[in-house]
Structure formats: C-alpha cells, structure tokens
Design a protein around this ligand. Structure first.
Ligand code: ACO
Length: 329
C-alpha cells in the first residue's frame, strides 16, 4: 500500500558557517586605500548598516562553506547525511561551471544517490529553494531535504568599485526540511522580472576556453533599492494572504540582509515592532543566497526564534527575483 503524501514540510534543524577572516569597515577602508579607492566607515554604516563582513581564504570553495553549514543543520535536526533524500544548494558562486555545488556537497557529506541540484536566483535563491523543496515534499518525492544557501561573493567583487565591493560577504546557511503532519511551511510566493537583468549582474561567461565579458559584479544600487522596497512589501502581503494570516500574526521577519534601511522600511510597512526584525547585515554584509538561512540560524541559536513562532523569510535580488516563505517554526 502506498503511504499518502504528507500535507506539510517543517524545518527540523538549522546551521550556518562564516569563514574566519572578518574584515571590519576600517579593514575595507585600508584595503581600498591601497588601490587608491576612497571610502569610510561612516558612509558604509549610514547608507547600509554594515559594520563587517567575512571573506573566505584562497582555496576554500563554496561547497566547503556549504558543508560546514550542512553538518551543523543535520546535527541540530538529529539526522545523518544518509537520511537526506534531496539536496538543493542556492548559489551564484558555484565551485565550477558544472557539476553542481550540490553534487559536490553530497560527495563531501559522504553520501550518494539522492537528487542534488543547484538553484540560481541570486539573493532570492534560498527562499526559492525552500519553496521548491516544500513542493517536492508535499508531492511525496522527498521526505528529508537539505536546503543550503552558500556564497563566496568576495571572488566576484570589483575592488576598484566602492559602490559595490563594501557591501558583500561570504558565508553559508542551511536547514533540514522534513515531511510533517503539521505545518511547517504555510505558504510561499515567488516572482521574477527579467526586464531588470542589467541592474544587478555578473555579465561574464566562459567561452572558447577563456572568460568572455566582465566576470565582476555590476549593480545600479539606487535602482535595486527602489525596486526592492516595493516588491518586499507586495510579496509579504501576498504570502500572508495565501496563508490566511495577517501582519499581526508575525513573530519574526527575516528579510534578505542587504541594507538596513530597506529592511527597516519593510518592517515598518508591516507595522512590526523593530525588535521583531532579525538583523545580521551589520556583521555579515550581504551574503546573497546565504543571508536568509544565516540570519535564521543566528536567530534560532540565540533563542529568539522558538518552536511554534510564525516567521516570514523574504528574498530579493538579481534577475530581478523576489519572494517570501511564511512558516510556523
Ligand atoms: N564610500 C563612500 N562613498 C560612496 C561609496 C562608498 N563605498 N559608494 C558610493 N559612494 C558615493 C557615491 O559615489 C555617491 O557620491 P556622489 O553623490 O558624489 O555621486 C554617493 O555616495 C551616493 O551614492 P548612491 O549610490 O546614490 O548611494 P545610495 O544611498 O543609493 O546607497 C547603496 C547605495 C547602499 C548601494 C543602496 O543603493 C542600496 O542598498 N541598494 C540596494 C542594494 C540591494 O538591496 N541589493 C540586494 C540585492 S543584492 C544581489 O542580488 C546580489
């Protein structure tokens, strides 16, 4: 007899990892000054809320950060890697063009056989991956998924461009998502609008045996800012409506950690008390697909997010992509 598909998926463990090399804003000021590029701690803090970021050492791969975060999440969930039947890695900075970082991570975890793939939605990647894994679990095609956001953005930064290089950092966050008779994930809402490809991109590619085009990050910050403020509000309202909940039901908001002004603006529009906004952008910078699971893990391990709390996760980034997942933790 076939077992019926579970009605819900639920996060059973979280984990994260930051590479040990921490650069304060003053470290960035010194690093850029050596190249004749001027910036200041005051400008970075005032415009973004960022005080520090972590950079991976040479030779460390995206899959190494993903592995450390995955091990922590599996331990928190009380699961062994052998029990995982789906691996999704959200990343824009994979180890290689192919195979996927997820396949490399699977091998580093010492297991084989389960489906493993990367998901590319830039800073919305983790929210996208969580929604995909939730759908796969509810469809009955997985029961214990490992979902990772992992990035080494320091390798695609242009350190002669002060408008972008001070914003980003490296890291990884992971969750174990399992089939459950109780929610769990309540609803998700995902979007993309390819008309805005040019405002945030790494236009280079590999062709004819060499890198063709510019392989460094380009961003029209003010254009991204304007779009982000609008879509983070609309996706928050859409996911609440889909779940039959309201802003008043929210215990925590964990938006993509790109800029404190965007995050506080989103919380304010939802009439959320400032202490319900989880902030890690100050210590992590923008870690793209890793930012939401990193912030979730920090919030869980600090005892703020507790079992049963209603949490909204929000992503926004290159593509342009955006979306939200609402869950009872
Ligand atoms: N240090 C000192 N001055 C700087 C720096 C710096 N690091 N960077 C820019 N400036 C200067 C500019 O040159 C400009 O000077 P000018 O007025 O003399 O021309 C001035 O500061 C203002 O520049 P703006 O770009 O207008 O500054 P803004 O207030 O818009 O802040 C920022 C820029 C922080 C990038 C902001 O636009 C932002 O956060 N955008 C959204 C980023 C985001 O949300 N990304 C999410 C997705 S990321 C992803 O998907 C990978």
């Amino acid at each position: 007899m076939n077992t019926p598909a579970p009605r819900y998926s639920r996060i059973t463990g979280t984990g994260s990892h930051l590479p040990p090399r921490r650069l304060s804003n003053d470290d960035m000021v010194a690093l850029l000054a050596a190249r004749g590029v001027e910036t200041s701690d005051a400008w970075i803090v005032e415009r973004t809320g960022i005080r520090a970021r972590h950079f991976a050492a040479d030779g460390v791969a995206c899959s190494d950060l993903a592995l450390a975060a995955s091990r922590a999440a599996l331990q928190a969930a009380g699961r062994r890697a052998e029990e995982v039947d789906l691996i999704i890695v959200a990343t824009s900075t994979p180890d290689m063009v192919f195979p996927s970082t997820a396949a490399i991570l699977q091998h580093k975890l010492g297991v084989a056989g389960c489906p493993a793939f990367d998901l590319q939605a830039v800073c919305s990647g983790f929210v996208y991956a969580l929604a995909v894994a939730d759908a796969m679990i509810r469809a009955g095609s997985a029961r214990c998924a490992l979902i990772v956001g992992a990035e080494i953005f320091s390798r695609i930064l242009d350190f002669d461009d002060r408008t972008t290089c001070v914003l980003f950092g490296d890291g990884a966050g992971a969750v174990v998502l399992e089939a459950s008779p109780e929610p769990g994930i309540l609803a998700s809402d995902l979007h993309a609008d390819g008309r805005h490809v040019g405002i945030l991109c790494v236009p280079g590619t590999v062709a004819g045996g060499r890198v063709s085009g510019d392989p460094l990050l380009k961003m029209d910050g003010p254009a991204v800012f304007k779009l982000a403020v609008g879509v983070l509000d609309s996706t928050a309202r859409a996911v609440l409506a889909r779940a039959g909940r309201t802003e008043a039901d929210l215990d925590w908001l964990i938006p993509h950690q790109a800029n404190i002004r965007i995050m506080q603006g989103t919380a304010k529009k939802l009439k959320l008390a400032p202490e319900k906004l989880i902030v890690t952008v100050d210590e992590h910078g923008n870690t793209s697909a890793a930012s939401v699971p990193l912030a979730l893990d920090v919030a869980v391990r600090s005892g703020r997010v507790q079992r049963g709390d209603t949490v909204m996760l929000e992503g926004v980034g290159g593509g342009f992509t955006w979306g939200a997942v609402l869950l009872d933790f």
